[in-house]
Write a protein that binds this ligand. Structure first.
Ligand SMILES: [Zn+2]
Length: 229
């Protein structure tokens, strides 16, 4: 049966397919909440509100299209079978980074570039964050200091017509390599073919609970490969 609500109210019909307020068709994620707890994944997960996008992603990178619980528009998810996503990044400007501390109820407590505030009220004033990276990480871990919020927009190299996707990262690793990625993108001087990789890192801690055992995790890495054809 076809819905006929727009025959009687044509102006109410959306002019284009479901998209986010900022026009990305989906989000690329490195984790998933399981029983309310964030869990890192070993393969990329893509969420979208558009069934066509979800199917295209599942066809290209494996995985099943499924619904997941969210209050946002991207209610479909595909946990793909790949840890390497071929993407096209149009310029270094599509990467943005800040440090943010969120409080109860989603209130922004601290937003800075590491040295000065970025929020409108206190823009440019010294933010008081620690100088050393290790101290910044420790403050963030204790919930006192802001965490990285890096955002990248890109298209999928295999299907650029699908639209733009967004990836957010709270990884300190990703943040600390960002200036290298940006200068590599600048060198390309135009749309660049890149791989967004969930790279496996293994190490053996000397102390703590896991001392002497191999611990592995995944971290997001951007490989800039050259000019997009
Ligand atoms: Zn700060």
């Amino acid at each position: 049966m076809k819905i006929r609500i727009f025959e009687t109210d044509p102006n109410a019909a959306p002019k284009k397919r479901v998209s986010f307020p900022d026009d990305v068709v989906g989000r690329v994620r490195s984790g998933k909440a399981i029983d309310g707890r964030p869990v890192g994944l070993s393969t990329w997960r893509i969420t979208t509100g558009d069934p066509d996008v979800a199917n295209a992603v599942a066809n290209a990178f494996g995985g099943e299209v499924a619904e997941w619980e969210t209050s946002k528009e991207d209610n479909l998810e595909v946990v793909t079978k790949t840890d390497t996503l071929p993407v096209i990044i149009s310029s270094p400007e599509v990467i943005s980074a800040r440090l943010v501390l969120w409080g109860m109820g989603g209130v922004k407590i601290h937003e800075c570039d590491g040295v000065t505030f970025l929020d409108e009220e206190r823009y440019g004033q010294p933010c008081g964050c620690p100088e050393l990276l290790a101290e910044r990480k420790a403050a963030a871990r204790r919930g006192h200091g802001p965490k990285p919020d890096v955002q990248i927009r890109f298209r999928l190299a295999n299907d650029p017509e699908l639209g733009e996707f967004r990836f957010h990262s709270a990884s300190w690793d990703f943040l600390t390599y960002l200036h290298i990625y940006q200068s590599e993108l600048e060198e390309v001087g135009g749309p660049a073919r890149c791989d967004l990789v969930l790279e496996k890192v293994s190490f053996v801690p000397k102390g703590g609970e896991m001392a002497g055992h191999t611990v592995s995790y995944r971290r997001p890495v951007l490989r800039v490969l050259g000019a997009a054809s």
